[in-house]
Structures are given as structure tokens and as C-alpha cells.
Write a protein that binds this ligand. Structure first.
Ligand code: HEC
Ligand code: HEC
Ligand code: HEC
Ligand code: HEC
Ligand code: HEC
Length: 425
């Protein structure tokens, strides 16, 4: 049933392009016979691409096909970063770096998690690349079927990749599912477990073997949250009551907007406490950051992912008299021993200040006590830092983004803040 719509869409597109070509031939005349041959060849390619895309969509139906019956889920997913996993300017720009900087033995690499059906269509890698590079891909990245056809995770591998069981059956959380005309259902415990997510969230390939030091999440398994039975879904797909499918009964459903950098989950990421001591000319602030996140913060793929702790001291008339930052993230080195923000060319870790699962970190800042003021303000904030990297890479993101320099990756994302006023007399 999934195929019908696609074949029709492909066909009207082909008819339209034939009409366009006929018109141009009539207008320009025989001299352009050559162009016509080109057009026919082009049409042939377009048809072939449409056919493979069509064949692919029979197996991995496009998420649009689920909207009809799963409207709420669809809308949540559509608002989530997962629906744009091969769409962002940052993705295109880093894909470009990957394809041009490395020997790229595995050109499918980025898609293995960002559009995981590539794992079943390795002969179609150029099509996946072209779709992503177009800026407006007609294929899904991490769509509904890309998760709901996964039926296992290979935990023996340091680098699991999604494994599918292809067919008419979609896997999900309900053993008491209601039958429907579009697909068969089957309950898999996997869908209530972190393992499903670890298919893509455990580690990304690097150029050298960094072993455990390149895991994204850290010792997540031994966190208090994991020991208390929390799974990734507990926080990133919180349960609510709602219709599982349009017109279906209300029951426990999971939020598909995948809160993370987007959404209010951030408010639960960390607690900041400040302790200020003034000793005459010198003052000292000790900031205690208690990470409540049961995995690394930040997760360090792509390599530029950084969290900043920023201290601002405001003196007389709220004038900023002192600022200082601390960075939480990982600095990679490439084969030449130079620093790099690209994890795919990392051969070693030069520095690692990532906040480990549920870690408490203390940072001490010393600064001159503000003068001529009855008091001063200490403001501390924790936020995800904007993207960093070589300037040609940053310029490429800007050029690739429809919002240019206003692309969201150039803006910090606030996580937590704290402020106190310290009287001086
Ligand atoms: C098929 C691979 C795949 C699977 C399986 C997967 N994810 Fe993801 N996830 C991704 C990719 C790729 C992104 C990045 C999307 C983007 O922003 O380009 C992502 C992004 C996210 C984000 C947003 C991160 C941020 O910085 O805001 C959250 C949260 C998330 N996933 C949670 C989950 C959870 C929970 C599960 C398991 C139920 C899961 N994912 C399963 C591939 C996957
Ligand atoms: C093992 C799975 C996996 C592979 C392989 C992978 N990614 Fe990701 N990617 C993720 C996940 C999961 C996220 C979500 C955020 C996180 O975990 O840091 C993500 C986030 C991103 C982001 C930030 C979100 C966005 O879209 O702006 C970029 C950019 C990105 N990846 C680019 C790439 C590129 C380029 C490659 C290939 C060199 C690649 N990724 C390979 C899993 C993967
Ligand atoms: C990143 C993986 C992932 C993606 C993408 C995804 N789902 Fe899910 N879905 C899950 C998980 C995991 C659960 C079970 C969560 C739980 O119950 O804790 C689930 C549950 C469901 C359920 C059961 C009812 C409910 O709302 O919990 C339906 C129906 C469903 N998904 C449909 C869809 C549709 C339709 C899409 C695309 C619009 C989609 N899913 C995209 C992972 C995913
Ligand atoms: C014709 C309507 C219809 C369409 C189209 C449809 N579904 Fe469903 N789906 C349902 C109904 C009805 C249920 C049962 C809900 C329940 O049991 O509460 C369901 C259940 C599910 C479940 C839960 C299965 C389980 O055992 O936990 C998943 C996952 C799911 N659908 C995913 C999808 C995806 C992905 C698509 C698109 C490829 C899709 N559905 C298209 C009607 C539909
Ligand atoms: C106890 C709640 C909790 C659990 C369980 C949890 N997380 Fe998180 N996660 C958070 C918080 C809080 C943040 C940080 C703030 C934010 O981005 O919303 C976060 C952030 C993230 C991010 C974005 C990080 C970044 O640097 O962009 C990803 C991706 C993610 N989690 C994936 C996972 C995966 C995969 C699992 C399961 C192994 C998991 N989380 C389990 C609470 C949780």
C-alpha cells in the first residue's frame, strides 16, 4: 500500500518534465537536438532514481504515510531534531568536510545513523549523499520506519549500527495492540529499553582507535538513574496520556519530540551553587556544578559539541568588571597531531573536560574585588556553546543555511544559571 502514492508522484513528475522538454524543443528547434538527447538521458536517470526511491519506500515507508493515523506522534516527531537529521546546514557542511578531508573508505558512514536505511542500500550511497546535499531531501533521515523496523541491538559491538527486520510488521511497545489495515504490529521489549537508542547513540567512528575514550555517553550503565531503572525514554520520550492512533483509545503514549537541546528537559540538567569569599582586594567564587545527567554532558559528537560555564562580575552601576569561562568538551588531535573539531579524523584525545555522568565539579575563579561599589553581582551561567571550527567550515554553514549567520548553531543554548549579590560593607 505504501508504494502506490510514490509511483504516482514519480509518474506525474516524469510527465511534467517530458512536457517541459517538448516545449523547449519546439521553441529552440533542431539545433538543440543534442540537448534533447541530454534530456532523455537525464530523464532516464531521474526515472531510475525515482524507481530506487520508490522501491526503497516500499520497505521504509516515508513518515508522511503514518501521519494519517498517527497524527499526534507525527507532529511531535516533525518538530524534533530527528526529523531533520540530514537537513541541517551543519550536517551538510560537516558531510562535505568528511567527504573531502578523509580517505573516506566508508562513504556511507554519516548516514549509518542519520539515515540508517542506508545500511540496507549500500549501492545507493551516492543517492543519499546527493539528497542530503540538495538541502531539501526527499527521503527521510530518522523517520518512523527507521526506528520501528529495528528489532535488535548488537551490544557486543563497540560500534553498533541499526539492524532491521524488514517486512510488514512494525515493532512497538504494545503487546495488546489493536489491529489495523495498514500494518501488522508486534511488541518488542527493546522499545522500552535504552538499547534501542544505543544503536545510534553509543559511539561514532573516528580515524584512530580511541577505544572507550570516544564513547558519547560515558559510563551511563552505572549511573544512579540507570540503577534506578531509568531508560533513555524516561527522560527523552516522557510518557503522557493520549491517543495511540487517531480515534483509538487513550492510553500511555510516549512523547516523540525527543527533548534535548530543544525543550524544557534542559532545566533538569544541572544545579549550580555559588560560594563567594571576599578578602580585601581579592575575591574568590567557587562554583559547584552538579550534573544531573546520567551520561556525558555534552555528548561529544560532533567534535565541536561544547558546554561553557561563564562567570560575569558586575560592579558599580552594573558595569561588567570581570568575565571568565571554563569549557566542558573534548579536544581531538588528528594524524598530524593538530587539533581538530572533526571526530571522523580524530586519532587521539588531547583534552577531555566533559562532565561525566552525574559528576559534581568545582570551579574556582579569582578576581579583583570591584572598587567604589556598595556591592557586586556574581552571575554564572551554563550553556551549550555555538559551533566552532575552521573558518571555511563556519562560512560554509553560513552559506548553506537559509538563515545565514542567524542559523541556530551560531547561538548559545542556555542550560542553567545562578546569581547572587555580594554586599561589600
Ligand atoms: C537510527 C539512529 C537513531 C536511533 C535508533 C535513535 N536516535 Fe536519537 N538521534 C539520532 C540522530 C542522527 C540525531 C541527531 C539529529 C540531528 O539533530 O541532526 C539524534 C538526536 C537525538 C536527540 C536530540 C539531541 C539534542 O542534542 O538535542 C535526542 C534527545 C535523542 N536523539 C534521543 C533518542 C532516544 C531516546 C532514542 C531511543 C528511543 C534515540 N534517540 C534513538 C539517531 C538515532
Ligand atoms: C553512530 C551514529 C552516528 C554516526 C555514524 C554519525 N552521527 Fe552525527 N549524530 C549522531 C547522533 C546520535 C547525534 C545527536 C547528538 C549527539 O549525540 O551528540 C548526531 C548529531 C550530529 C550533528 C549535530 C546535529 C545537526 O544535525 O546539526 C551533526 C552536524 C552530525 N551529527 C554530523 C555527522 C556527520 C557529518 C557524520 C559523518 C562524518 C556523522 N554525523 C556520523 C549519530 C551519528
Ligand atoms: C528514534 C526512534 C523513533 C522514531 C524516529 C519514532 N519512534 Fe515511535 N516509538 C519509539 C519508541 C522507543 C517507542 C516506545 C516508547 C515507550 O513506550 O517508552 C515508540 C512508540 C510509538 C507508538 C506507540 C504509541 C506511542 O505514542 O507511544 C507509536 C504508534 C509510534 N511510536 C509511532 C511512530 C511514528 C508514526 C513515528 C514517525 C512519525 C515514530 N513513531 C517515530 C521510537 C521511535
Ligand atoms: C490506517 C491507519 C494506520 C496507519 C496508516 C499506520 N498505523 Fe500504526 N497503528 C494503527 C493503529 C490503529 C494502531 C494500534 C494502536 C493501539 O493499539 O493502541 C497502530 C499501532 C502502531 C504501533 C504500535 C505497535 C505496537 O505493537 O506497539 C506502531 C509502532 C505504529 N503503529 C507505527 C506506524 C508507522 C511507523 C506507520 C507508518 C509507516 C504507521 N504506523 C501507519 C494505525 C495505523
Ligand atoms: C534522568 C534523565 C535522563 C536519562 C535517563 C537520559 N538522559 Fe539524555 N539528557 C538528559 C538531560 C537533563 C540532558 C541535558 C540537557 C538537554 O540537552 O536537554 C540530556 C541530554 C542528552 C542529549 C543531548 C546532548 C548534547 O550534548 O547535545 C542526548 C543526545 C541524550 N541526552 C541522549 C540520551 C540517551 C541516548 C540516553 C540513554 C542511554 C539518555 N540520554 C538518558 C537527561 C537524561
Amino acid at each position: 500500500m505504501w508504494a502506490r502514492g510514490i509511483r504516482k508522484r514519480g509518474l506525474t513528475r516524469a510527465v511534467r518534465s517530458v512536457k517541459r522538454q517538448q516545449a523547449s524543443v519546439r521553441a529552440i528547434g533542431a539545433t538543440l537536438a543534442l540537448m534533447l538527447i541530454g534530456a532523455i538521458v537525464h530523464l532516464g536517470f531521474a526515472k531510475e532514481a525515482a524507481q530506487t526511491k520508490g522501491a526503497m519506500e516500499k520497505v521504509f515507508p516515508s513518515s508522511d504515510k503514518c501521519k494519517r493515523c498517527h497524527e499526534r506522534v507525527f507532529e511531535e516527531w516533525e518538530a524534533s531534531p530527528l526529523s531533520r537529521s540530514i537537513h541541517s546546514a551543519a550536517f551538510r557542511a560537516s558531510l562535505h568536510e568528511f567527504l573531502t578531508r578523509t580517505g573516506n573508505e566508508d562513504r556511507a558512514m554519516c548516514f549509518r545513523c542519520h539515515a540508517p536505511h542506508v545500511n540496507e542500500y549500500l549501492d545507493q550511497v551516492p543517492m543519499f549523499i546527493a539528497q542530503a546535499q540538495s538541502g531539501d531531501p526527499a527521503i527521510d533521515g530518522v523517520g518512523c520506519a527507521q526506528c520501528h523496523l529495528i528489532n535488535q541491538v548488537d551490544r557486543s559491538s563497540a560500534q553498533p549500527m541499526p539492524k532491521f527486520k524488514l517486512g510488514k510488521t512494525l515493532f512497538g511497545p504494545y503487546s495488546d495492540y489493536v489491529d489495523n489495515l495498514a500494518h501488522e504490529s508486534l511488541a518488542l521489549e527493546l522499545f522500552r529499553k535504552s538499547d534501542l537508542c544505543l544503536n545510534c547513540h553509543l559511539a561514532v567512528p573516528t580515524a584512530g582507535d580511541l577505544g572507550k575514550s570516544n564513547d558519547l555517553l560515558g559510563n551511563w550503565d552505572t549511573s544512579k538513574a540507570a540503577k534506578a531503572g531509568k531508560e533513555c525514554q524516561t527522560c527523552h520520550m516522557p510518557e503522557q496520556f493520549g491517543e495511540s492512533a487517531n480515534g483509538e483509545r487513550r492510553r500511555r503514549v510516549a512523547n516523540h519530540s525527543f527533548p534535548g537541546r530543544v525543550g524544557t528537559l534542559r532545566q533538569e540538567a544541572a544545579k549550580l551553587t555559588l560560594d563567594t569569599v571576599v578578602t580585601g582586594e581579592q575575591s574568590e567564587v567557587t562554583v559547584t556544578i552538579k550534573s544531573l545527567v546520567p551520561h556525558n554532558l555534552p555528548t561529544t559528537h560532533p567534535g565541536w559539541a561544547r558546554v561553557l560555564l561563564e562567570l560575569v562580575i558586575k560592579g558599580k552601576n552594573l558595569k561588567v568588571v570581570y568575565t571568565e569561562q571554563r569549557v566542558y568538551g573534548r579536544v581531538y588531535g588528528n594524524a598530524k597531531g593538530e587539533k581538530t573539531v572533526f571526530d571522523f579524523e580524530a586519532t587521539k584525545v588531547l583534552k577531555d573536560t566533559v562532565l561525566k555522568p552525574e559528576e559534581t565539579r568545582k570551579e574556582v575563579f579569582r578576581f579583583p574585588t570591584p572598587k567604589d561599589a556598595p556591592s557586586f553581582d556574581v552571575e554564572v551561567s551554563l550553556h551549550y556553546a555555538p559551533v566552532t571550527g575552521p573558518s571555511d567550515f563556519l562560512l560554509r554553514i553560513e552559506a548553506e543555511s537559509s538563515r545565514g549567520a542567524r542559523d541556530p548553531v551560531f547561538r548559545p543554548i542556555p542550560i542553567a544559571k545562578q546569581a547572587v549579590n555580594i554586599p561589600l560593607r
